[in-house]
Design a protein around this ligand. Structure first.
Ligand code: TRP
Ligand code: SF4
Length: 325
């Protein structure tokens, strides 16, 4: 059976973008592969080293969301990176064999430096981010790594590091492949990419009332200034929700209604809002139950940490042997 490894930085509560971008994929994979899903809390420090205070709480919040959507600790190993110290050791050993230009050339690195203006990214840790990621992936001898396109260069770098390690020492690691996540395009309330920092997200833990309020205010085709103005669904961010959530009949009905000004935007949105609310209801219910039992979440992580640590210590024994240490 192939092994899958993927991680998420602890950003706290997750939103629908995470759900369609990563989690639905993880849920499918946990049935068919040996999966390791972890909280990349050391990675969070690479961009936010000055504010580590939120990491513990954000870890719990995020794992609660994972469990609420159906990630199953009986099927996948769910753990926290910083609890498996072997990741740090392997990262250190890789850092000896990784040429700095490989890291400086990394497109994700260059993009982030441009995007995250105002943040101090001139650190050694941030440059070495993909080296730590390579340690995460290879620790469990992953064959496949499900990530979005933005992370593909990191997996590519992991492959290069693996080739180098296997060549310089002993071949013990498989070269992991990228499993590109087919993301369904779900925009935020303002039409931009859904993101917590833009304040345009529908959270997985939002109540039906919050979902209704947020989506009712979501922007639509700007051509529909008045109720009598016809619109074009493909230019409307709210219609992207219909494409994911509504039935083919409903999609046909609102498309036609939109183009002929036969339906108002609010009535149009009501149709998809009903589906979003119905989808999130069991998730928020499960979450409410977990919130009553935070110790259960801690226990799940503790158990996962132990399983991960066991595998990690086996790998590190091989690694130390390969180096003759
Ligand atoms: N860099 C990934 C992200 O920002 C998180 C991550 C850390 C990861 N280690 C990983 C993903 C290993 C896959 C495999 O989303
Ligand atoms: Fe968007 Fe529906 Fe309004 Fe058309 S009618 S602009 S699809 S919300």
């Amino acid at each position: 059976m192939d092994t899958i490894v993927s991680g998420m930085r602890p950003t706290g509560r997750l939103h629908l973008g995470h759900y369609f971008g990563a989690l639905t994929n993880w849920l499918k994979l946990q049935a068919d592969y040996r999966c390791y899903f972890f909280v990349a809390d050391w990675h969070a420090l690479t961009t936010d080293y000055a504010t580590p205070q939120g990491i513990n709480q954000n870890t719990i919040e995020m794992v609660m969301d994972w469990l609420s959507v159906g990630l199953d600790p009986a099927k996948a190993v769910v753990f926290r990176q910083s609890r498996v110290k072997e990741h740090a050791e392997l990262h250190l050993l890789y850092s000896m064999i990784v040429p700095v230009p490989w890291l400086e050339r990394n497109p994700t690195y260059k993009d982030q430096i441009k995007e995250l203006i105002g943040k101090d990214l001139s650190t050694y840790g941030f440059l070495g981010y993909p080296v730590l990621q390579a340690a995460d992936i290879t620790m469990y001898k992953a064959n496949k790594v499900p990530v979005g396109v933005d992370q593909a260069p990191h997996v590519e770098l992991t492959r290069e590091i693996v080739r180098r390690f296997n060549q310089v020492y002993t071949p013990i690691f498989p070269e992991p492949e990228v499993l590109l996540t087919e993301t369904q395009k779900l925009p935020g309330l303002d039409g931009r990419k859904m993101s917590k920092s833009f304040g345009n997200a529908v959270m997985l833990s939002d109540s039906p009332k919050e979902i209704d309020q947020k989506l009712s205010k979501m922007i639509t085709d700007p051509a529909r200034v008045r109720r009598s103005d016809p619109g074009e669904p493909e230019k409307c961010p709210a219609f992207q929700f219909h494409k994911i959530y509504s039935t083919p009949e409903e999609i046909a009905e609102v498309s036609q209604g939109c183009r002929t000004a036969g339906i108002g935007c609010l009535d149009c949105k009501k149709i998809m809002i009903k589906h979003v609310v119905a989808q999130l209801a069991p998730i928020t219910e499960k979450r409410a139950a977990l919130e009553q039992r935070p110790q259960d979440v801690e226990d799940i992580l503790l158990a996962g940490n132990r399983v991960a640590q066991h595998k990690a210590s086996e790998t590190m024994t091989e690694v130390r042997e390969a180096l003759g240490l």
